[in-house]
Design a protein around this ligand. Structure first.
Ligand code: CMC
Length: 428
C-alpha cells in the first residue's frame, strides 16, 4: 500500500503520510489535517482512531491474536506467572532470574498498607461496592506518598510508585472484601507468593487454618495474566488521558478503575453471572433471552458477548473456557451455571443475529464461573479484573510519559443553538 493518502476537500487536494507499525498495521497520520484544511475528523467512540503508537500489546481482532511485547498470550498464560508478565509489560523484556527475584522481593515487601488507611475501610458502609472502595483507596495512596506525585520525577521514584501500586492493590482489594463481610482484615504475609498472599488475605479467618490450594493459585494467576493488558481499551485510554495532563500515577490508575467499573467494560464479568442466575431462576429458556437481546426496544444484551475489536474469537475467552472445565473438574465443583453458559453460547453462536454481527463470547463470559468456583464473591469480579489490568495501565502510562505525548484534548462538532440573546427570567 502507498505511504501517502490524498484527501480532497472541494478543489483542494492534500497529501497525508500513511504510517505503518511493526505488524504492518497502517493508519493515515492526520496531524496536519486541520492546519491544512481547517477540518477535523469525526469518530464518535474512537472506532477508527489511533490515539497513540505503542510497543506494548499487539492484537489482531480479525484472527484472534493477542501478544504482550511480542509474546503470544497462550504461551504466557500456560508458562509464565502474573508478576513476571507484569515486569514484561512495564519494562519491555522478560526479567532474568536476578531481575525477577529483586522485583518479586520488592513487591512482597510493599504489600503492607499504612495502618491509618485501615480507618478508611472501616468508614465505608458494609454495602459499599468494592470497586468504589478500590478507586478511593488507590487515589488515597497519593496522599501517603506525596514524594512521587510528579510524573517527570527521577525514574527511581516512579519505580517505587509502581512497586507500591502492584503490591498494595492486592491488600486493598482483599480488605475491601473483608470489610463487606464484617470480618477482621488479614495482613499480608511475606512467605506467600503474590497470588497466594492475595488468597490468604481474602479467605483466611481467625477461627480456621487456611492454606491456598495450588489449583486455585494457578487458576487465579492465569486469569490475572489474561487480563494484564489489552492495548487502547476504555480504561487504558482513560489512564493515558488522565496522565496526559501530567496527573500522577495513583490518580491515573484510580481513573482507570472508574472506567473499568462500567458494565460494558470490566463490569461485564459481574453482570454475566447475575444474568446467568436470572436465566436459571426464570426456568432456563434460552430462546427467550436470545430474543430479548435481539429486540432493539429491549435494553437487555447478552453480557460477556461481543467486542469492539475481536470479530472472530477472543483468544482470552478460548483459554478461560478450557481452564473453566479444568479448574471445576480438579476442584470437584459442579456448577449448573457453567452448563447454562455453554448452552447460551451454543444457541447464540447458531443464531443469525449473532453470526451476522460477529458476536462471540469475550474474556468476561467464562471468567466469573472460575471466580465463583474459587469462592470469590460476585461483587469482587471487577476488582479481580482491575488487579490484573494494573500492570497494563502502568506500562501504558509510563510509555505515554516517556514519549512526551501532548495533553489529550479531542475536538467536537458543535450541534447546539447558535448565538441568542439572554432573556431575564421575568421575560421567559
Ligand atoms: N448482545 C446483543 N447484541 C449485541 C451485543 C450483545 N452482547 N453486543 C453487541 N450487540 C449488537 C449491537 O446491538 C449492535 O447491533 P446493530 O448493529 O443492529 O445496532 C451490534 O451488535 C454492534 O454492537 P456495538 O454496541 O455497536 O459494538 P461496540 O463495539 O460499540 O460495543 C461491546 C462492544 C463490548 C460494548 C458490546 O458488544 C457489548 O455491549 N457487549 C456486552 C458487554 C460486555 O460483555 N462487555 C465486555 C467487553 S470485553 C471486556 C473488556 O475488555 O471490557
Amino acid at each position: 500500500m502507498s505511504d501517502k493518502a490524498e484527501i480532497r476537500v472541494g478543489d483542494k487536494v492534500i497529501e497525508l503520510p500513511v504510517i505503518t507499525g511493526t505488524e504492518n498495521e497502517q493508519g493515515i497520520d492526520i496531524r496536519q489535517l486541520r492546519d491544512q484544511t481547517g477540518l477535523i475528523t469525526y469518530d464518535s467512540g474512537y472506532k477508527n482512531t489511533g490515539a497513540t503508537s505503542s510497543s506494548i500489546t499487539f492484537l489482531d481482532g480479525e484472527v484472534g491474536i493477542l501478544r504482550y511485547r511480542g509474546y503470544p498470550i497462550e504461551q504466557l498464560a500456560e508458562q509464565s506467572t502474573f508478576l513476571e508478565v507484569a515486569y514484561l509489560l512495564i519494562y519491555g523484556e522478560l526479567p532474568t532470574q536476578q531481575e525477577f527475584s529483586t522485583w518479586n522481593e520488592a513487591i512482597t515487601r510493599h504489600t503492607l498498607i499504612h495502618e491509618d488507611m485501615k480507618e478508611f475501610f472501616e468508614a465505608f458502609p458494609r454495602k459499599a461496592h468494592p470497586m468504589g472502595v478500590l478507586a478511593s483507596n488507590l487515589i488515597s495512596l497519593s496522599t501517603f506518598y506525596p514524594e512521587s506525585l510528579d510524573p517527570d520525577r527521577e525514574e527511581e521514584k516512579i519505580n517505587l510508585t509502581i512497586k507500591r501500586l502492584i503490591a498494595k492493590i492486592s491488600t486493598i482489594a482483599a480488605w475491601s472484601h473483608k470489610n463487606s463481610v464484617g470480618h477482621p482484615v488479614v495482613y499480608p504475609k511475606n512467605k506467600y507468593n503474590y497470588t497466594e498472599n492475595f488468597l490468604n488475605m481474602m479467605f483466611s479467618v481467625p477461627t480456621e487454618d487456611y492454606e491456598p490450594d495450588p489449583i486455585v493459585v494457578k487458576a487465579l494467576d492465569q486469569l490475572l495474566i489474561l487480563h494484564a493488558d489489552h492495548e487502547q481499551n476504555c480504561s487504558t485510554s482513560t489512564v493515558r488521558m488522565v496522565g496526559s495532563s501530567r496527573s500522577n500515577l495513583y490518580a491515573s490508575v484510580a481513573a482507570g478503575v472508574a472506567a473499568l467499573w462500567g458494565p460494558l467494560h470490566g463490569g461485564a464479568n459481574q453482570e454475566v453471572i447475575q444474568m446467568l442466575e436470572q436465566i436459571q431462576a426464570d426456568g432456563g429458556n434460552m430462546q427467550k433471552w436470545i430474543d430479548k437481546a435481539k429486540d432493539k426496544n429491549d435494553p437487555f444484551r447478552i453480557m460477556g458477548f461481543g467486542h469492539r475489536v475481536y470479530k472472530n474469537f477472543d483468544p482470552r475467552a478460548t483459554i478461560i473456557k478450557k481452564s473453566c472445565d479444568d479448574v471445576l473438574g480438579k476442584l470437584g465443583v459442579s456448577d449448573p451455571i457453567l452448563d447454562l453458559a455453554k448452552k447460551l453460547e451454543y444457541v447464540a453462536l447458531n443464531d443469525d443475529y449473532f453470526k451476522e454481527r460477529n458476536l462471540y463470547p469475550n474474556v468476561d463470559f467464562y471468567s466469573g464461573i472460575i471466580y465463583k468456583a474459587i469462592g470469590i464473591p460476585t461483587e469482587m469480579f471487577t476488582v479481580m479484573f482491575a488487579m490484573g489490568r494494573l500492570p497494563g495501565w502502568i506500562a501504558q502510562w509510563k510509555e505515554m510519559i516517556a514519549n512526551k505525548e501532548p495533553i489529550g484534548r479531542p475536538r467536537q462538532i458543535y450541534t447546539g443553538p447558535t448565538e441568542r440573546p439572554y432573556k431575564p427570567m421575568s421575560n421567559r
